[in-house]
Design a protein around this ligand. Sequence first.
Ligand code: FES
Length: 212
Amino acid sequence: MTPSTNTPERSSRDVASRDTAGGFSRRAFLHGSGAVAAAATLQTSATAFAQAAGGGTSIVSGETTIELSVNGKTHSVKAEPRTTLLEVLRYQLDLTGAKPVCNDGSSGAATILVDGKPMQANTLFAIAMVGKQIETVESLAKDKVPAAFTACDAQQCGFCTPGFVVAVKAFLDKKPKATETEIREGLNGNICRCGTYVNIVQAAVKLVKGDA
Ligand code: FES
């Protein structure tokens, strides 16, 4: 296409005068912004490099595959940053003992052991559990605690029971000679809506006495 002859030709002086109009050079601005962009690119590259080298905080987004140690076995599972340990246990590993009764751990129904300490699986992010030893109520199938619950008829609907079993196990491992009062205090993070507390405490006392 032939360039329009109506377009007035600008002399290099015109361009220079427009470039410096108002005391601000357009070329200087473009040059400067180019430098800023380059610096930003370098910064991004440096950050990426530092992260790749393990020198920075990496940001995880989307689904990722992680390995979790659950009940003595290593499992490869998929988790987003927001995925809870409870969701992984129930919906990927089919370990449904821990229950989704609440979202904040206040019921104690999702009690599991992390490195031997009782915690609430619904308040833990799965990706934060990499490298930890997780034990669920399923690992206690042959333990004395569920046997004592059965002997003392310590459940009604059973929804709270797995959490109580794990809580009793963790508490008595820490305090094997606990008194009844101490047992009641030690289990106060778990709630039974059916009100089976008397039988649950009886089961724990039985275990302390070695009767179970
Ligand atoms: S037995 Fe029903 S909530 Fe405890």
